[in-house]
Design a protein around this ligand. Sequence first.
Ligand code: IVH
Length: 672
Amino acid sequence: MKDADAAQRITELREAIHRHDYLYYVETRPEISDAEYDALVRELRDLEARFPDLVTPDSPTQRVAGAPTTAFRPVEHRVAMLSLDSTTSADELREFEARIRRALPGTRFAYVCEPKIDGLGIALLYEHGRLVRGATRGDGRVGEDVTANLRTIRSIPVVLRAPLAGAAGLEVRGEVYMPRAAFAQLNRTLEEAGDPTFANPRNAAAGAVRQKDPAITARRPLDAFLYHLSWAEGVKLDTHSETLKALRAAGFRVNPRTERCASIDEVIAYCERLESERDELGYDADGAVVKVDGLEHQRHLGSTTHHPRWAVAFKFAARQATTVVKRIEVQVGKTGALTPVAELEPVELAGVVIRNVSLHNEDEIRRKDVRAGDTVLIERAGDVIPYVVQVVAAKRPPHTAPFRFPDRCPACEGVAFRPEGEAYWRCTNTACPAQFKERLKHFGSRRAMDIEGLGDAAIDQLVDRGLVRDFADLYDREKVSAERLAELERFAEKSAGNLVAAIDGSKTRGLARLLNALGIRMVGERVAQVLAARFRSMDRLARASLAELADVHGIGEQIAQSVKTFFDEQANRTVIERLARFGVVMAEEGAEDEAPRPLEGKTFVVTGTLAGMTRDEARERIQRLGGRVTSSVSKKTDYVVVGESPGSKADDARRLGVTILDEAAFAALVDA
Ligand code: IVH
C-alpha cells in the first residue's frame, strides 16, 4: 500500500470509529456489532504500526474511547478505567502467557478466570464503609455520576461489612447488567404498553442506569457483579482471589463462576467450558476475563494506555452481525401457515453462514418494519435460530416501502387468509403441494422417521411428478423404486438404491417417532413419546376416547381433541392402514409392560458438569422415570442436580430452599 492510500484509509477508519464510539458510549445505540467494531480498530492499529509517521494524538488508538454526555455530573476517575486486550483462541492465550513470562522471567503465574459480563462498567466509591458515589465508565477517564441510580440496585451494598468497612476510602469496579429473564419480561411489558422495546439486555441496562429519574431505574430489574478493587486505603491483600473473597465478605456480589487456575491449560479449559455453557448463565457474557492472580505480579506488569498487561479477555464467537436484506419472500409451512423470510446477503455468525432469517409473521414484520434493502442487526444465541434484533434505521436506502403481506399462497395461488385472533396467514388449499412437501420433509427428518437422502431435491421431484401423494406412497415400490428414482435429476443408481434402503430401514422406527412424523397438530416429539408410552400401539391410540386421551399426564384437552380429530378423518386412517400393510411398525418396542414411574410429578433442574453422564443422559433418565426437567429454578422445582462448576442455578436453589442433589445422591435416586 502507498503512503497516500494508507493516509486516506486511516482517516476513513478514524472517522468511522469516532462515530461508532459516539453511538455506542454516548447514545447507547450501536449500529454495528462488537466484532465489526473490533475489526475496524484492528485494521487501524495494524496500519498505524506499518506507517508510524501517520499516528496522531487524536487517533482513537491513542485514547480510551468516546465522550460522556453532559446530563449527569462528570466524574474524573482517579485510576483510568481501561479496557481489556482480547484473544479469541487457545493459541492467543498461550501467547499472552509467553508475553508476561518475558516480562517476569522465571515466574510461575496463577490466574483467576471470570465471565466477562456484557453490561455496563461502573466504579463505586466508599468512604468509611459508606457508598458515596457511583459512576459509569464513560470514556474511561471521565464518567458520569449516577449514584442515585446505582443506589437503587439492591445487590450493591450501601454500607460495607468487614474486612473493608474500616477503610477510609476505596473504589470497587464491576458491571451492571440485566438478567435475561428480566429483560424478556421488561420487553413484554413495554410491548403491551405500546412502548418501544430494547434490542438486548445491555441496551436495556444502559438505558436504566442513565435514567434521569431514579424511581424509574428502581423499577428496572438490574443486577451487578463486582470484580475489581482499584484502590483501598490501608487494606493489604496479596492476590486477586483474596481480593474477591474480601469483596464477597464485605457484601459485594462476586460472580460464582469465578475460578482460580494454576496453569494456562486450566485457563483454556475454563474458557472453553464457559463458552459452551454461556446460554445457561442467565445473563449475557461475551467472553471470559483472565487475570494474573498475584497483585505484586500485576504491579510489575503494569498497563499500556489502553489496557492492563496482567489481564486479557477471551472473546466468545460473535453472535451479532449486520447484513443487508436482499428480499423478503413468503414460505409455506406444513400446516399451510405462511412465514415471511428475509433473504440476506450471506454473513458469518458464530461459525455458521447465515443466508435466511425468519421474520415470523405479519405483526413481527410490522413491529420491526423490516423492508427489502434494509440493513439489519441479526443475532444467534447458542443453538437458537438466528433472528432480526432491529433494523439499522440510519442505513435505510431511499424509496423503500413497508412489506405488504400477500393474500394468495405464493406456492399454489390458493386463497390465503388470516383467521381472527391468529398471528399467521394460512393457505386454505388442502391440496397445496408446498404444504405436503413440508410435511414430507418433516416425516423423513432425523427425529422423525430419519430417512437419509430424502432431501429437498428428491421431495420436489417425487411430489411434482405425482409419484408421492401421501406418506404411504413412499413405501409403495410400484411408485418409488430404485429404477424410478434413478431416472430423477441428481440421482445416480447408487444414491437411488441408498434412498430406497433408507426408506425401508425407517419402517422399524417405532410408534413414538411415527406419531411425530405424521405431523398431527400439536403432537411433536415429546407428546408423541408420551402417547406411545401410554397406548403402545397405533390401534389402541386410534380407538382411545377423548376422555382417555385427556387423562394422560402431559396431554391437555386441546391435544386430545387434535389427536381425536386426526383419527376421525378417514383419509388419515387409510394412510395408516397402508403404512401398516407396507410393513411400517405400529407399536412401541419394549413398551408392553408399563415401566415404573417413581419420579412422576417431580420437577428437576440439572446444572454443572456431571462426571458419570452428560446432561442429556441425566435428562433422559429423569424422563424415563416419569420426572420432568426444566431449565430454570423456581419454588416449584423439587430437585436441583448440581455437578462440577454449577451456574447461578445452584445459588437460586439455595435461595429458594430447593433440595440440592449432588451427583452421588442423584445417581442413587435414578438407579434405585
Ligand atoms: S476487569 C483493570 N473483569 O469489560 C480491570 N472487566 O473490555 C479491567 N468487564 O471495562 C476490567 N466483566 O466493563 C473485568 N469480570 C470482568 C469483567 C470486565 C466485564 C468489562 C468491563 C471493562 C471491559 C473491558
